[in-house]
Design a protein. Structure first.
Length: 490
C-alpha cells in the first residue's frame, strides 16, 4: 500500500486529539491532517463527567502552590473559550446533518460542604470562593435545602453550599459525537484506527495503521494514558515526563426528574469529589472513583462501584435508590509523573505532546487545541514554549515539586484520612485511638515518600502508588526519567 503524505499526524482520538485535528483542519483548509485512534474504549474522554469547571477543581493545595495557581488560571481561560468554541464546532457539525444533536450544555454548579470527609473539604471550600473573587467569577452562598435535586440522607447532609453560576457542563458522549460530525465535514481530515508511530530516517514521522500508512513532517501525540509507551517505542531516550493512568468509574442513572445543574463536593480523597451531572437525554451522570495505576485498566472494580453507589445515594440523592443504572463508565485519566500537564514541543524535531491533563482534558481541550494549532501554523513552525500558563508544562521539563517531601507526605496523609471518613470508618473512642490512626497515616506516607529517588516528590494523587506494592516500580520510573533528563540536558 502506498504511503500517503499529510502535513500533521495527530495520534490519539480523545477530546484533546479530536479538538487539535479540528482546530488545525478548520483553521487552514490546505493543511492535511491524519487523526489516528479509536473513538471509544476506556479512554478518559468517553467516561468523563464533563464538568467545565474553572473553580470546581480548586483546592487548598492548588491555591497555595505556584503550579496549582497556574492550573486554575488555565482552567479559567479555558472556560472563557468554551462558548465560542462550542458554536464553531456545532456550526461545522450542522453543515453535514442539518441541526447538530443536543450536547447537554448548560451552566450552573452547586458545591456542597458536608462532614463526610475531613478538614480538607473546609479548606478547599474556602479556596473556591477566594479563587472566584481573584478571577472575577461568580460565587454565591446558598442554602443546601434550596438545591434542586439534592436529597442526601440526614446524617450526610451539607450545612453550607456555594452556587457557581458560570461553571459549565455538557454530556461528554454527546460532545464527542458532535466533534465527530464536525470532523466529518472537513475534507482535509483523514480518520484512521490506531497504529504504530516511527521516525523516518531523514525527517518526519511514519504512522502505520490498518487503514493505510501516512507520512508527515510533524506529529502530535495526544494519546492520553497510552502516551508514554507510544513515545518509548518511538525513541526510548526521549526525555518526556511519563504519563500514568488514574482509573475512574462512573454511572449513568435514569428514571428521575432531570437535574438543571451540577451538584458536587470539593475535590477530596485523591479524587475529583462526588458529583452528578445532567446529561443530554435527561439522565444523570454520577461520578467518580479514582485509582492511580502504572498502566491503563480495562474494567471497573467491584470496590469502585460499591463506593460510588454508597456515597452517591447517601450524600447526593437517596431517591436514586430506585433509579435504573443504564450505563457504567470506565476510563483512564492521563496523569503525569509529577501530576501536571505535558503539553508542547519535545526536543525531537517536529514532535509534540498534548497529554497528562488528568481531570482537565475535556475542559481544557479548546484552549489546548487552539494554542497548539497557532504554534504549528506559525510561519516559522516554531518549537518555542507555548504561551501563558502552558509554558510551565513543557514535556521535557524537570519534575515539578511545589511541595517538599514532608509537605507532600502530610497532604497525602490528609487525603487518606478523608478517604477513611468518606467510607464511614470510625475509630474506637477509647484512649488515643483517633490520634493513633492519624499518626499511622502520616507514618505510612513518610515511609513511602522516603523510598522515592532524590528529585522526585509524588503528588498526593499518586500517593497510593507510592505506599502500595507498586512503590518500587514508581521509584524506578522516576529514577529513569531523572537520569534521562539529566543526560539529555547535561
Amino acid at each position: 500500500m502506498a504511503v500517503q503524505g499529510v502535513d500533521v499526524l495527530v495520534v490519539g482520538a480523545g477530546a484533546v486529539g479530536r479538538s487539535i485535528a479540528f482546530a488545525l483542519a478548520s483553521a487552514e483548509p490546505a493543511v492535511r491532517v491524519a487523526l489516528a485512534g479509536a473513538s471509544g474504549g476506556v479512554a478518559a474522554s468517553t467516561a468523563a463527567g464533563a464538568m467545565l469547571g474553572a473553580l470546581g477543581e480548586v483546592t487548598d493545595q492548588t491555591a497555595r502552590t505556584r503550579h496549582g495557581r497556574l492550573r486554575t488560571e488555565l482552567a479559567v481561560t479555558a472556560a472563557r473559550t468554551w462558548p465560542a468554541w462550542r458554536e464553531r464546532v456545532r456550526a461545522h457539525a450542522g453543515t453535514g446533518t442539518g441541526v447538530p444533536r443536543p450536547d447537554g450544555y448548560g451552566t450552573g454548579t452547586f458545591v456542597v460542604l458536608n462532614a463526610v470527609s475531613s478538614p480538607l473539604d473546609d479548606a478547599s471550600f474556602t479556596a473556591i470562593a477566594q479563587a472566584a473573587a481573584e478571577h472575577g467569577r461568580g460565587c454565591q452562598e446558598t442554602s443546601p435545602s434550596d438545591i434542586p435535586g439534592y436529597h442526601p440522607l440526614d446524617n450526610d447532609r451539607a450545612l453550607r453550599a456555594w452556587y457557581l453560576p458560570e461553571e459549565g457542563f455538557l454530556d461528554a458522549r454527546a460532545w464527542l459525537a458532535t466533534l465527530d460530525a464536525a470532523l466529518a465535514t472537513l475534507p482535509n481530515v483523514i480518520r484512521t484506527p490506531a497504529g504504530t508511530l516511527t521516525t523516518l530516517p531523514a525527517h518526519g514521522y511514519l504512522l502505520d495503521t490498518p487503514a493505510g500508512t501516512f507520512r508527515a513532517p510533524r506529529a502530535v501525540v495526544a494519546a492520553g494514558a497510552w502516551t508514554t509507551p507510544l513515545l518509548e517505542a518511538l525513541d526510548p531516550d526521549l526525555p518526556v515526563v511519563p504519563v500514568l493512568s488514574a482509573a475512574g468509574t462512573a454511572l449513568t442513572a435514569a428514571g428521575h426528574q432531570p437535574l438543571p445543574t451540577v451538584i458536587r463536593t470539593p475535590n477530596r480523597a485523591y479524587a475529583c469529589g462526588l458529583h452528578t451531572v445532567p446529561q443530554a437525554d435527561g439522565s444523570r451522570y454520577i461520578g467518580a472513583s479514582a485509582r492511580p495505576c502504572l498502566t491503563p485498566t480495562s474494567h471497573p472494580t467491584a470496590g469502585a462501584l460499591r463506593f460510588l453507589l454508597d456515597t452517591a445515594l447517601s450524600q447526593l440523592d437517596h431517591h436514586l435508590t430506585t433509579a435504573a443504572i443504564t450505563r457504567t463508565h470506565h476510563g483512564n485519566r492521563p496523569i503525569a509523573l509529577d501530576g501536571h500537564p505535558v503539553i508542547g514541543p519535545t526536543p525531537k524535531d517536529g514532535l509534540w505532546v498534548a497529554s497528562g491533563t488528568h481531570r482537565d482534558g475535556l475542559h481544557a481541550s479548546p484552549l489546548i487545541a487552539t494554542t497548539v494549532t497557532e504554534a504549528l501554523l506559525a510561519p516559522t513552525g516554531t518549537a518555542a514554549p507555548l504561551p501563558g500558563p502552558l509554558a510551565a508544562f513543557a514535556p521535557s521539563r524537570p519534575l515539578i515539586a511545589d511541595l517538599t517531601t514532608k509537605e507532600a507526605a502530610a497532604e497525602a496523609a490528609a487525603h487518606h484520612a478523608a478517604l477513611a471518613a468518606e467510607a464511614q470508618m470510625r475509630p474506637p473512642l477509647t484512649g488515643a485511638w483517633p490520634r493513633m490512626l492519624t499518626d499511622s497515616y502520616r507514618g505510612l506516607m513518610d515511609r513511602a515518600y522516603a523510598g522515592m529517588p532524590d528529585g522526585y516528590v509524588p503528588p498526593p494523587d499518586l500517593a497510593p502508588l507510592a505506599y502500595e506494592e507498586s512503590g518500587p516500580a514508581l521509584a524506578e520510573l522516576a529514577a529513569v526519567y531523572l537520569d534521562r533528563h539529566s543526560a539529555h540536558f547535561a
